[in-house]
Design a protein around this ligand. Structure first.
Ligand code: SF4
Ligand code: SF4
Length: 430
């Protein structure tokens, strides 16, 4: 038994699993394809239903992961092959170069200031710019800059300015080969951006945002400092339309499943918008409200009653721009009336889909995925965090849409399974 775990993905789910295992005295290799840990939770403004500041509750966990002596973080990395069996897997991990020497960078930012390249920031969902050499966000862990060679113009200015001589343009990829006893897969999710949301103007009109983009607008650390303004002209939107189930529960577009968190984050975003724009009006088109969690129903009621969000049961047929407004055509299926709203901004609660690369991870590990690409446990009811491969456990939204508490609980469940495997070997139990 190799008493070391591999965790693939360093969002909240992978971080939680890594911490549980590390705190039990075992080594963890935490592999993440991005330059920082934190995942999508780092992009959220507040969480539901408590309205806690997301980064305030996430950042201490990130720091703990960053400082834990039992956790080895491998950023900008991907697992390329896995062989062996429970207790003795041999894995290969490809580490892409950061072009910044980790031990030397002091995160002073002098390099980014002189970098002439400006590209849309992935973390800010394109609503702010970053340099070719950058840190995704100020609380990133590790707090080390990353040089994106895909957009770098090789001008050499960053290396000239770096006071720590931390920049190494010649850094090469490296492959690590290491043994682990258990593997936890926590690869997370993306938001659907296909035809079903494009029909609402997403991708073609700057004032049609998806849920994560609106989170960044609401966030005090976001591109506008938490002011809700229209990307197109900087005006405060006074009429805001949410379209729930944008892609979800839509067999026509191949996503008949419920994305589970959209009803709740829409209610949260409606409340937070009203905190910022007191005289604004929110409309929310919904199919039916699914608020199945502790305090969730009351939270939606608060959005409806205290913040006067007008919930319209029905579907939107079309969104189009006209005279500086976004005209939303829909139908109220309760009153059987056609609805037209002249909105300033539209937010689509896009379907949750598995992260890019999840299928590849599944193939590599021989774990099952469903027709949508979500991982399938060996038994949905009785072994919800165990894959069909002994020693390979599953956690987080890669299994299907779920909220943060469920994600954290399942990550702890997956960690407990890995620890049980280590413990059984110690006790001599087969
Ligand atoms: S070498 Fe690349 S990263 Fe450095 S300043 Fe020039 S463009 Fe920016
Ligand atoms: S690479 Fe150099 S200039 Fe850039 S943040 Fe690190 S220490 Fe500062």
């Amino acid at each position: 038994m190799i008493e070391r775990a591999l965790v693939i993905g360093a969002g909240i789910s992978g971080m939680q699993a890594a911490l549980d295992i590390a705190n039990s005295g075992y080594e963890v290799l935490l592999v993440e394809k991005e330059p920082t840990i934190g995942g999508h939770m780092a992009q959220l403004s507040e969480t539901f239903p408590t309205l806690d500041c997301s980064s305030c509750i996430l950042t201490p966990r990130m720091v703990e992961v960053g400082q834990h002596t039992n956790i080895r973080r491998l950023m900008l990395s991907q697992v390329t092959s896995v062989e062996g069996e429970a207790g003795n897997f041999q894995v290969k991990i490809l580490r892409h170069p950061r072009y910044v020497i980790e031990d030397k960078c002091i995160a002073c930012g002098a390099c980014a200031k002189v970098c002439p390249v400006k590209v849309p920031s992935e973390f800010e969902r394109g609503m702010a710019e970053r340099s070719a050499i950058y840190m995704p966000f100020p609380q990133a862990v590790p707090a080390i800059y990353h040089l994106d060679r895909d957009v770098c113009e090789d001008c050499g200015k960053c290396a000239e300015k770096c006071p720590a001589q931390a920049i190494d343009y010649d850094m090469q990829p490296e492959t690590l080969e290491i043994g682990v006893g258990a593997i936890i897969v926590a690869t997370g999710y993306e938001l659907y951006d296909g035809e079903a949301v494009q029909a609402y103007g997403y991708g073609s009109h700057p004032d049609v945002l998806n849920g994560l983009e609106f989170e960044r607008l609401l966030s005090a650390s976001g591109p506008t400092g938490g002011d809700v303004i229209r990307p197109s002209d900087g005006k405060v939107p006074k009429e805001l339309v949410f379209i729930q189930c944008a892609g979800s529960r839509n067999p026509e577009h191949g996503m008949p499943y419920c994305s589970k968190v959209c009803c709740m984050y829409t209610a949260k975003q409606a409340i937070l918008y009203k905190h910022r724009v007191h005289d604004g009006q929110v409309y929310s088109f919904y199919m039916d409200v699914r608020a199945g969690g502790k305090g969730y129903e009351e939270f939606v009621t608060r959005a409806m009653e205290e913040d006067r969000t007008l919930y319209i049961r029905g579907r939107v047929s079309k969104v189009f721009a006209q005279n500086g407004k976004l005209i939303v055509w829909g139908a109220d299926t309760l009153t059987d009336q056609k609805i037209e709203i002249a909105a300033d901004m539209v937010v689509v609660a896009s379907a949750i889909v598995p992260s890019a690369g999840a299928r590849q991870v599944a193939e590599m590990l021989d774990i099952e995925v469903d027709q949508f690409g979500f991982y399938v446990p060996s038994n949905e009811e009785m072994t919800p965090v165990e894959s069909r491969v002994p020693g390979v456990f599953l956690a987080g939204v890669g299994l299907g849409p779920r909220d943060i508490p469920e994600t954290v609980a399942q990550a702890s469940g997956a960690a407990a399974k890995a620890l049980a495997l280590f413990g059984a070997a110690k006790a001599g139990v087969q």
